[in-house]
Design a binder for this molecule. Sequence first.
Ligand code: FES
Ligand code: FE2
Length: 475
Amino acid sequence: MYTNVWYVAGFSKDLTNAPLKVTMLGADLVLFRETDGTARCISNVCPHRGSSLAEGILYKDGTLACPFHGFHFNGHGTCTLIPSRRDHDAQVVAPGIRTDAYATVEKYGLIWVCLGDDPDAASPIFDMPEWDNDEFRFTSNEEIWNADYHTSKFTNLDYVHLPVVHGILFQGNENPIQAPEHHITATEHGFQSVMRVTPAPSEGVWSELRDKDAKVESVLKFFIPGFTLRGQVEIGGIGSGEFNIFYEFTTPIDEHRTMMRHYFLRNYRMEADFDAEHTRRNLQNIHQDKALAEAQRPLIAGTGPNPNGIYTHDEDKLMLAYWGLMEGLRNKGWQIDQEQLVDPARAVRIIPSPNRKANPAGWVYAPMPRIAAGKATVPSVRDLNFVDIDHIKPTRAKDYGKSEPVVPRDAKSKATLEWEAAALARIEKAPGFVQPMIIKNAEAAARANGSNFVTVKLLEELQAKQGGGAAPGSA
Ligand code: FES
Ligand SMILES: [Fe+2]
């Protein structure tokens, strides 16, 4: 876990006029609003005797009073009043009493908190151009995954899992499981991956919708703030202007629990009635990722790539780009030293705050230990080994689909079928890249044939059929 990162602490709509307890990076914190509505975040553990400030009372002067002896704390962590001695300044009654406070801003309907002592040095919160744009409709979701935050993040920083976990095949590929060529580049505060696919030659109406060699593009961006992943697919085909976009915000609750928040955006089917379906369709994939992450081991992931790990060329490069970024945070001395982290049942966990950096002496609780810059023991991404697969002659056919599982896969997309007739009517101008409906139909057809396994041949048959305008279920 890393300090000096802006994390999403919650949705703005959920912070009303009551304090809200949140756990992030293993530390207990409390969010509250001052009288003018300004959101604040301070440590939740009262420096007097350790009570939970979130159980206390918010006063109209914008201070939060501890539920035990009523000490008031403001949004900067300063103790402003000790009620039993209200005729004295709090700092005279209890010299030095204060709690840690963290830089907090609201943007894009989210409460962002910079958990660390140097918010000016942290990567700034990125722009979200779709926010305040009436052309886009947003839905959202938040849920806790019982998995480490790296593990959770990796379920989407990966192309090969799309066909394997979600059944979204790379249609233009001879082997639709193989990730198409993609280019990963560093951005100022993250990285991006651009994937270009030349779809399979189309027939019927499809061939009129794009040039034979036209490429389709998908962009995946990772931003350090919020550990945010942004994915964009032009769902109606390139040039259609119909976008499906998601933002995935990841906040470590502690070493093995992760808060996953999502925004799902669309600029097609704007009717409110479609929100529930749109969210459900996105969540279907997300819950496949969740099940995967929660079953992975170890429960608390390593803090860098395993030096003895297996890295399969292009397929693992997104993950390694991510580890490279983490290395950057570690090299700044911002990584919490997980080995030295105290058991929260025995000692208070405090994230170092700007106040603490400015005035290191006189704090009741010690800050979390961090790995000093240059003292890391994990290997650098640079030192990992790869097989140079491009220079090895293939010895096998790309025979995806020939071998069927003993027990057919569960009909994981069943819930989607009811939606298909309407969607297929729209998908006449479907892209060659990700064609979820074609795949879902292929799954349905496979099931009808007594199997749940989709073959390339079946996909081609369906594509030809639907390209010609006859969509199963829409007749
Ligand atoms: S424990 Fe908070 S005021 Fe005493
Ligand atoms: Fe996924």
